[in-house]
Design a protein around this ligand. Structure first.
Ligand code: ZN
Length: 393
C-alpha cells in the first residue's frame, strides 16, 4: 500500500528553477507588473507547491463557474472554493490577454502569471453559493465584496517564495510531508486542521483518530486569519508544548499550512480535506462547525456536505467528530455519542468563559485544558490587555 495519490492524480509543481527561472526573471523586467494582496500571495504559493493540485494557476471562467455552481472543476474533479486573482477593471484593461504578468509582493518578484483569460463575475452569486450568505458582516464575504471586479485566469510560475515567511522550521511542502510520511512508513495519516489552541477536547479527537492511523499531521493555518483569532506565534508555542508533553514524537508531526482562511464553513471543509490529500493524508478530521464563523452555518453542515460527493470523488476519508468533553461520571474524555450522563457531570466551558478566565490569569480546570497550554494563553491574553497586541499579532 502506498500513500494516497494527490487530487487529480499528480502533484503539481509550478515552482521553476535553473535556466527557465533565470530566463523568466530576465523577461519579467519588460512585463506588466501586478502587486498581489496577502490572500493572492498565499494562493500563489499554495498553487506552486501543489497544495491545490490539480490547479496549475488562477481559475479561468469555466472552472470558476463550475466550482461556484456545482463544486466541480470544468474537468469534473471535485473542488469547492474558487481560487481567483481579482483586479480592478482599470488594472485588467492594461494587462493584455496572452501576455505574461510579473507578480510582486511590494518590490519582491514572486512569479509570473501566464494570462489567458479576463472575466467579470457576480459577487452576490459567489457569496450566496460559496458562503451561503450575502451579508458583508461575514469576513469571507467582506473580502469578496472589497476585491476587484475582474478576475484574471491562467497558469502561474513561481520564481521566488514570498518574503518574511514565518515559522520556516515548520513549513513543509506537500512533497516534503509525503517524503516524511514515507520515511516513517506511515500510510494512513490523519490531518487535523486548526486555527485555535489545542485544548483537551481537540487532543481527545486527535488521539481517537490516531488510534486507527499510523501518524497524525497537526496542520494549523498560519495564512491570513481574522484579527481576533489567537495570534499564530502563541498558537505555535502552545502546539510545541502540548506535543512535547502529551504526544508520541514518532507518531505526530507539526507543520504549518500557509493558506488564508475563508470562513466558508462546509465548502471550506471540503477544500481543507482536498488540500490535506495533496499533503499525503488519507484521513481528515472534521469537527463541529468546521471553518465556520458566527451563526452562518449549522453545527453539522460541514459533515453533511461530504454526502454530496461519492467517496472516490474526494479520495480522502473524512472522520466526523461531535462535541467532546471530560465527563466526571465516565471518568474520562467522551462525547455526546459515547457518554450517557447529564450535563452537570460534564466539564464544558464556553469560549467566552475560557477567555475571561485566561484574561483574569486563572487556569481553566485540568479536565478542560493542559496547564502548559493554559499558561501560554494567560501570558498572551495579559499582553493583549496590556495593549501590546500589535507586537504579538
Ligand atoms: Zn459520561
Amino acid at each position: 500500500m502506498k500513500l494516497i495519490k494527490p487530487h487529480g492524480g499528480k502533484l503539481v509543481n509550478r515552482e521553476v528553477a535553473g535556466l527557465e527561472r533565470d530566463a523568466l526573471i530576465e523577461a519579467s523586467a519588460a512585463m506588466a507588473r501586478l502587486e498581489l494582496s496577502p490572500r493572492a500571495i498565499s494562493d500563489l504559493e499554495m498553487i506552486a507547491i501543489g497544495a491545490y493540485s490539480p490547479l496549475e494557476g488562477f481559475m479561468g471562467e469555466a472552472d470558476y463557474h463550475a466550482v461556484v455552481s456545482g463544486m466541480k472543476l470544468a474537468n469534473g474533479d471535485a473542488w469547492s472554493i474558487p481560487v481567483t486573482l481579482p483586479v480592478s477593471t482599470e488594472q485588467a484593461e492594461r494587462l493584455p490577454k496572452g501576455t505574461d504578468v510579473a507578480l510582486y509582493q511590494a518590490d519582491h518578484l514572486l512569479g509570473v502569471l501566464h494570462l489567458r483569460e479576463k472575466f467579470t463575475y457576480d459577487k452576490q452569486v459567489e457569496a450566496q453559493l460559496v458562503y451561503r450568505t450575502i451579508e458583508d458582516a461575514h469576513p469571507g464575504v467582506r473580502v469578496l465584496y472589497d476585491q476587484g471586479d475582474c478576475l484574471l485566469g491562467g497558469r502561474i510560475s513561481l520564481l521566488n517564495r514570498p518574503r518574511d515567511l514565518s515559522f520556516t522550521q515548520y513549513r513543509r511542502d506537500p512533497a516534503q510531508t509525503r517524503a516524511y510520511f514515507r520515511e516513517r512508513g506511515w500510510r494512513r495519516v490523519v490531518a487535523f486542521q486548526t486555527r485555535n489552541p489545542v485544548h483537551r477536547a481537540h487532543e481527545y479527537i486527535q488521539k481517537c483518530a490516531l488510534e486507527i492511523a499510523d501518524g497524525l499531521l497537526l496542520h494549523p493555518i498560519v495564512g491570513e486569519t481574522k484579527s481576533d483569532d489567537v495570534p499564530a506565534e502563541v498558537r505555535i508555542r502552545s502546539y510545541e508544548e502540548i506535543l512535547r508533553h502529551y504526544y508520541p514524537a514518532g507518531r505526530t508531526v507539526l507543520s504549518v499550512l500557509p493558506a488564508a482562511m475563508r470562513y466558508a464553513g462546509p465548502r471550506e471543509a471540503i477544500f481543507h480535506a482536498l488540500i490535506r490529500k495533496n499533503y499525503g493524508c488519507s484521513h481528515f478530521i472534521v469537527g463541529r462547525d468546521h471553518a465556520g464563523v458566527g451563526n452562518y452555518y449549522g453545527t453539522y453542515d460541514a459533515h453533511h456536505i461530504f454526502d454530496e460527493f461519492e467517496p472516490a470523488e474526494l479520495g480522502i476519508t473524512p472522520l466526523f467528530f461531535d462535541h467532546t468533553f471530560y465527563c466526571r461520571a465516565c471518568d474520562g474524555m467522551a462525547s455526546s455519542k459515547t457518554c450517557p450522563h447529564e450535563p452537570k457531570d460534564r466539564v464544558t466551558l464556553s469560549g467566552t468563559r475560557v477567555r475571561e478566565m485566561l484574561g483574569a490569569g486563572e487556569l481553566p480546570p485540568l479536565e478542560f485544558s493542559r496547564p502548559e497550554v493554559a499558561r501560554l494563553l494567560i501570558e498572551a491574553y495579559q499582553r493583549l490587555e496590556a495593549g501590546l497586541a500589535g507586537a504579538a499579532a
